[in-house]
Design a protein around this ligand. Sequence first.
Ligand SMILES: Cc1ncc(COP(=O)(O)O)c(C=O)c1O
Length: 411
Amino acid sequence: MRIIAKHTKGKVLTNDGLAISAIAGKEKLKDPSVINATIGTLYDEDIKFLPMKTVDSIIRSMSNDRFYTYSPSDGGKEFQEAAMKWVFGKHYEKIKKEMYCKCLATPGGTGAVSNGLYNALDPHQTLLLPDIYWGPYQNMATCCDLEVVEYPFIVDGKFNLRGFIEYSEMLIAKQKKVATILNDPCNNPTGYSLTNEEFQGLIQYMNSKKDIPFFIIYDIAYFDYHADGPEAAREKFSYMMQANENVLFNIAFSCSKSFSVYGMRLGAQIIVGKSKDDVKEIFNTSCFLARTRWSNVSKAGINMLIAIDNNEDLKQSLFRELTQASHMVLKRAQLFTEEATQVGLKFYSYGGGFFMTVLCEDGMKLADQLVQEKIYVLGYPKAIRIAICSVPLNEIKGLAKRIKNTMDNLS
Ligand SMILES: Cc1ncc(COP(=O)(O)O)c(C=O)c1O
């Protein structure tokens, strides 16, 4: 006799980044010589969690009412405006003119990706993913009863538009529709950022397919840590406006990263497209999902974002803090790049964000072996991910060599 529903079968969380980070964190507490490069959270050069002071002071001065009570399930109008203004920056007014946009609050970018997937495909259809991606995408696809097919994401150090097209054509032949998740800029795990030209190429291809719907879940989790700064991160929105009616963007915005409020569970799902009906319908379905899956998000988070939006000084002070934090991570990326090049490691080129990723034969095996060296990283089939967001410069120093030695000893 089986008491629980059949569709629960096989849904066991394994190899989860948060769980692995917790283990590595405990090991680090026991032994300070451990390097914990697993966690996608910002830590300073003293390996202390780095909050944004601006955000911290807003949150800590909130009344009980503004902090603890329920928030509207969709986040409310003020939040929606504030989130879209933050995300689109100087492109906001234009994008509102050129496209239909709707926004709702979600518990982190995770909620926005998950809502997007539910809207994108029917059970048993196929989702297009790159061949290296943030683990929860696969589990979300499983929850929606979707198949997954992967295209080679980066070839010869560049975004593989040709591969994207090839696999899209296969899916068009099979299901007359393409749905994909694009985590860009500052991809997790690779650190790669598509160039504006690469992004434009993508839009041009999708536009050329006229009657074929493209549902793009555009995961911008790390965009505020773009190596060329926040303005550069937002430039792609000007190309997004060139997309035709057959293309729909479900933007997943993560306040966890932009505001350093990881556990507060705040984010936004921003639906953008030229088809008014589609945008409205996805918004309606997503509000329905929100109310049934998590009901509403942290009120303190909602009020924090509204407070920042209402006060230009606060906004500027937060941007300054973000710039400093980005520089800190960038310095770590530069040092790792320098040393990894010297010792002959192969790695993806870094365009910003929290991670750098080294290519190898068997990433799971290498990650396991590195634990013997007291180095904790996340393993992928053919790569290991190093969370430079949480490893100080003095621990980055020499890390590439230690990885290379371990790799050589394995082969
Ligand atoms: C690629 C990617 N997308 C989305 C998220 C969502 O984060 P959150 O739900 O905390 O906003 C993460 C977090 O690690 C991520 O790495």
